[in-house]
Structures are given as structure tokens and as C-alpha cells.
Ligand binder design. Structure first.
Ligand SMILES: [Zn+2]
Ligand SMILES: [Zn+2]
Ligand SMILES: [Zn+2]
Length: 351
């Protein structure tokens, strides 16, 4: 898997799709073809903001094997803009005029005259409008064509007009230039479900065991700062129920940044200000899309630890280790602190 692919897979939208696949909410994605929107996948409704985005996601997930697909239909589209809204127009093959009429015709075999059926209708039976002779038996004296075209421009008669298409964006092209788009149905490939574990970024795997150790982990978390302002964090960890309920600051706060954007100095500064006001001792930024130099330098100065990695599982492993280390240092400090003294990092909320 390329870095570019991994980056897309860690985007917020793709992560939601991956989770839905894992949880079994999404299994088969069947197309629906409609006049207004072309090919759509109702199962993906709500996941993406456009049909193009949904299509890109489907092809990426197929490329890595998570989805299997089969061709179930086709749609003819404009070769220029891929619009499926097409108009069909007939033109004269000799003079290209669009002034055509179509109807049932008769050919008088003895004189070769071809004309619309009604032109042959005389008093009784059929009479040729050119030579004026009554028509003999069908198949011997004349033959019929169920539908032929006559050009009102050059008078020529033909069975196959030139077909021209006009798309909703004004492109016109011949029938042989139509682009045929295959329409696929997609299905989750359970043989590749191991990939989901690797690709889904979900910190719950770290938080669950911490909770069973008695720590309070909220994700997302709302923390009131010393200034009284409420701050949002991706996650916050308190050292036990007492800490949370007595208004003590969290020992750890973190912010997760999706792969769509690189973490910059502005992000670091904003997070730092919130974390300081919240009184958190340990500050983590999880940068799924990486961090630029300005952001990295500032994080270093402010004591913010950045967690990044190539795969989601790598990031999760690092986060587990770094959060574990931070909690361990909190524990050590608490043990070494003289009895009766408040743990370090507590803010002035209760004093
Ligand atoms: Zn077009
Ligand atoms: Zn005739
Ligand atoms: Zn013509």
C-alpha cells in the first residue's frame, strides 16, 4: 500500500466506512441507476459528500482487496464530460440534415419508386403515385418496409440514419464515440478482514484496559479550564474517579488530527493553550497526516508529544506506549509525594 493510499484510508470519511465494514453495517453495495444522478450506491449514503468521492473510495477499497466487485450493468456516457444525460438525434446520412420523417413505405418493384404507404392509397387498392399503375400482388409487384426515413432536405430514403448524441453539457458526438461505463456491484471480502484491524484508527483498544484499571478516560472529552472556559479534547484521562468528580485536572489530554491535514504551529499553539488552561500535565497530539517543521519545533518547546506513524496500528502502538509511560510517571510522582499533599498538576479550582 502506498503512502498516498494509506493517507486516504486514514481520512475521516474512509475511517467511517472501514468501521461500518468491521461492524457489519456495510456488506454489499449495489448500484442504482437513475436519470437524475446516474450511478449511485444507496448503502453509502451519508458517508460521502459526492458521487465522485464515493466512487473513488470504492475503487480504492477494491484495489486493496477489501471489496470484491462484479460488473452488473453499463451506462453510455459522453466521452468528454462523462455525463449520462444524453439526447439521441437522427440525421440524414447523405446531407446531415435533421429534417427527417419516418414511416412505413412501399417500393413499386416495376418502376422502383419508394414512398410512404399512404401515398399509394388510391380509390380501391394501391396505386403507384409515380407511374399511376395499380399494384399487383405483395412480394411480386411491390414490397413493404415497416419503417424508413426520408430526408426532407435531399429527398433520400434510408433505413439507418446517422445517430448523433447531445449531452447535458452541450457536447455532441456520434454513436460510435459513446463511452460505455461499466457499472459494478461491490461486496465486502471477508478474507481481507485482517486489513481492517490494521487500517482502522480507534484508540478504544488503548482506553479499554485503562478504564478497567480504574482510570477515567473520556473520548471525546470536555474539560473546564482554570479560566472557566470549556475545552474540547479528543481524549482526556483522569487519575481515578475521585480526580474527575472533585474537579481535579486530567493527567493527560490529547488531540487527534485526521490525515486530511498536516499539523502546523497554529494547531500546536491552539492545543497548548487549551491543555494549559485545563491543567493537564501530559499533552499528546496524534498527527495522522504528519506534522510540519514549525509544528514540530513548537511542540518540542511546549513539551507536547507528537505521535505519528505510517500505519494506524503503528500509531496506536506508539500511543499505547507513550500514554503508558506518562501514566507510570504520574504514579511514581504520587507515590513519592509526601502524604496529605495534593498531587502535582492540580489547579486552583478548589483553592
Ligand atoms: Zn459532455
Ligand atoms: Zn410505379
Ligand atoms: Zn439529406
Amino acid at each position: 500500500m502506498s503512502d498516498a493510499m494509506l493517507n486516504v484510508l486514514r481520512s475521516e470519511r474512509l475511517q467511517r466506512v472501514l468501521k461500518a465494514l468491521k461492524d457489519g453495517f456495510l456488506n454489499s453495495m449495489d448500484p442504482v441507476i437513475g436519470f437524475s444522478s446516474g450511478v449511485e450506491y444507496p448503502a453509502l449514503q451519508g458517508f460521502f459528500s459526492s458521487t465522485e468521492e464515493a466512487n473513488e473510495a470504492l475503487s480504492l477499497l477494491s484495489e486493496i482487496g477489501l471489496l470484491r466487485s462484479e460488473i452488473v450493468d453499463n451506462v453510455a456516457v459522453c466521452p468528454v464530460c462523462q455525463s449520462h444525460r444524453l439526447m439521441v438525434r437522427m440525421r440524414c446520412p447523405s446531407c446531415s440534415s435533421s429534417r427527417l420523417v419516418r414511416g412505413a413505405m412501399i417500393e413499386h418493384l416495376s418502376c422502383g419508386h419508394i414512398d410512404f404507404e399512404e401515398r399509394f392509397k388510391g380509390g380501391e387498392g394501391l396505386v403507384c403515385p409515380r407511374c399511376g399503375k395499380p399494384l399487383g400482388p405483395l412480394g411480386v409487384d411491390y414490397r413493404t418496409f415497416s419503417f424508413l426515413y426520408r430526408c426532407l432536405g435531399c429527398r433520400s430514403v434510408f433505413s439507418s440514419p446517422k445517430i448523433e448524441h447531445l449531452c447535458s453539457n452541450g457536447h455532441s458526438f456520434g454513436g460510435s464515440d459513446l463511452t460505455i461505463q461499466v457499472v459494478r456491484a461491490f461486496k465486502f471480502n471477508p478474507e481481507k478482514s485482517f486489513l481492517l484491524e490494521r487500517l482502522i484508527f480507534d484508540l478504544e483498544v488503548i482506553f479499554k484496559p485503562l478504564r478497567s484499571e480504574g482510570l477515567i478516560v473520556e473520548s471525546p472529552a470536555e474539560v473546564y479550564g482554570e479560566t472557566g472556559v470549556k475545552h474540547d479534547f479528543s481524549f482526556a484521562i483522569w487519575d481515578g474517579v475521585d480526580g474527575r468528580s472533585s474537579g481535579l485536572p486530567p493527567v493527560i489530554v490529547g488531540s487527534t488530527h485526521t490525515s486530511e491535514s498536516v499539523v502546523t504551529a497554529v494547531d500546536v499553539l491552539a492545543f497548548w493553550a487549551k491543555a494549559v488552561d485545563a491543567g493537564a500535565k501530559h499533552k499528546f497530539m496524534i498527527a495522522l497526516g504528519g506534522v510540519d517543521k514549525g509544528g514540530r519545533d513548537l511542540a518540542e518547546v511546549y513539551g507536547i508529544r507528537i505521535i505519528e506513524g505510517r500505519s494506524s496500528s503503528e500509531v496506536i502502538d506508539k500511543a499505547r506506549a507513550m500514554i503508558g509511560e506518562a501514566l507510570e510517571s504520574v504514579r511514581r510522582e504520587k507515590e513519592s509525594a509526601p502524604k496529605g499533599e495534593k498531587p502535582q498538576g492540580s489547579s486552583g479550582v478548589d483553592g
